[in-house]
Write a protein that binds this ligand. Structure first.
Ligand SMILES: [Zn+2]
Ligand SMILES: [Zn+2]
Length: 239
């Protein structure tokens, strides 16, 4: 019995390490993004994909069942949490335009992001610093608690939200105010060679705080690196 509970606690400890490692990984990988023009969202898929591929094989195995949907869908949750999903008009209200896929309801996106834009329930976070740092921290804790309880699917969905906010905070195509104006066309240029994930803390709480600080550092680093570009955006008054 005792051996059993030790094994369980070892497993639990181990599971808590996964979101920690993934978070660090995601925070680091956004440094490798390069700007170009491409439909919205492609970078999120690629960054998430490459981040998971950099994890130790044991951790990749832990995520295996949810891996492809995490890459293809969960990491875009904050971008598909709009009331227009499921409505006619392709998001612009034009009745002749096709109906938007109702991905928001299909995946309970409002539940996992913590904000329902129709019922106005919960707390929503802008996709830009400084609120995006807080969103990453909050989602990290939700993911860690779900993993701790053995809810892999829930954990991966919260982790998708967390990854999205980290990516929007610091990656070159997604950092504000150039979000939506510069995108990566050659997403294969997003790589993470030679990076080894690090633990952010011994408890989820400690790790979540360190994550928020890490994302903040990352944002500052990116903004510094993009200084000239920000000035151009300002001059051109690109929203
Ligand atoms: Zn976004
Ligand atoms: Zn984005």
């Amino acid at each position: 019995m005792r051996r059993c509970s030790c094994a369980a606690s070892r497993l639990m400890r181990k599971r808590l390490l996964y979101p920690c490692a993934v978070a660090v990984l995601a925070a680091a990988i956004v440094c490798y993004s390069v700007p170009a023009a491409y439909p919205w969202g492609g970078e999120h898929h690629r960054i998430t994909d490459v981040a998971i591929a950099a994890l130790p094989s044991e951790e990749q195995e832990y995520l295996r069942a949810e891996r492809s949907i995490l890459v293809e869908c969960y990491c875009t949750f904050p971008d598909i949490n709009w009331p227009c999903y499921g409505q006619w008009g392709s998001g612009a209200g034009d009745p002749r335009a096709p109906r938007m896929p109702d991905t928001r309801r299909l995946w309970e996106v409002s539940f996992y992001t913590g904000w329902d834009p129709v019922l106005k329930n919960g707390k929503g976070y802008p996709h830009a610093p400084p609120q995006s740092w807080e969103a990453a921290e909050v989602s990290f804790l939700r993911a860690a608690h779900a993993f701790r309880d053995g809810r892999l699917e829930d954990g991966c969905r919260y982790m998708g939200v967390m990854l999205h906010y980290i990516q929007d905070s610091g990656s070159m195509p997604h950092v504000q105010p150039i979000h939506r104006n510069f995108h990566v066309k050659a997403t294969e240029a997003i790589r993470l060679e030679g990076y080894a994930p690090r633990l952010l803390g011994k408890t989820p709480e400690e790790a979540s705080q360190r994550l928020a600080a890490r994302v903040r550092e990352l944002t500052e680093w990116t903004e510094q690196r993009l200084g000239g570009l920000f000035e151009s955006v300002e001059v051109l008054r690109i929203p």
